[in-house]
Design a protein around this ligand. Sequence first.
Ligand code: BTN
Length: 245
Amino acid sequence: FGQRIIVLDSTVSTQQDAMSLAEEGAPEGTVVLAEEQTAGRGRQGRKWYSPRGKGIWMSIILRPTQPLAFTPQLTLLTGVAVCRAIRRLTGVEAGIKWPNDLLIHGRKVSGILLESATEDQRVRYCIAGIGIDVNLNVEDYPEELSHVGTSLKIEAGFEIDRTTLIAVVLEEMEQLSKLYAEQGFQPIAMLWEALSVTMNRSVRAHTGQGVAVEGTAVGLDPSGALMIETDLGERIQVISGDIQL
Ligand code: BTN
């Protein structure tokens, strides 16, 4: 990971740039970074605020060999990598909210967007988009984010060197991908569960069919879906969407 890193001053979205590179055949681990994004994308059609020089806005090309059904596992792997990197470098105990929001003191510090290009059920490539609010100050947040977002600088109390954090994230991605290739999803799921703030909490979620369910988060199933146990003892699989803690 990071053998080839493309650094842009300003771009619309690094997801777009990484996709074009992947289409041209760029190998797994190719990274696109930008100082600022003018239309950063979040999950579920949301915008991602990406101010100049204050964060890490990057996209990594992945070329998985498994079918599409396994891609949620890559989302979780990426979340574990970023969470471990943040903890290693800042000592701040970030936690993962399913599927892959990273929270510190209940506020979001990082988000991950995994997008896949497919062809006849086969995954051609995935783009793992990582946004980390690194050195934003309280006054850098627009009104609508001021109560939900936070930065590593705000939480740790000191400036974080972005280049070092990028290197540590890529190192974690590489190590975890190796573990995943050798031992499958089980060890990744264990790491995820240990870093998760969702586990054993009461959550409200929407299933793949859009049905609202409530229950206690009891763990990940082998595909990477979140398992929720209702008051009636029924186990329900949550594949996509957001949860409320
Ligand atoms: C989310 O929490 O909704 C996911 C946010 C993902 C943001 C990153 S920043 C780099 C990459 N480029 C984008 O446009 N989005 C992702």
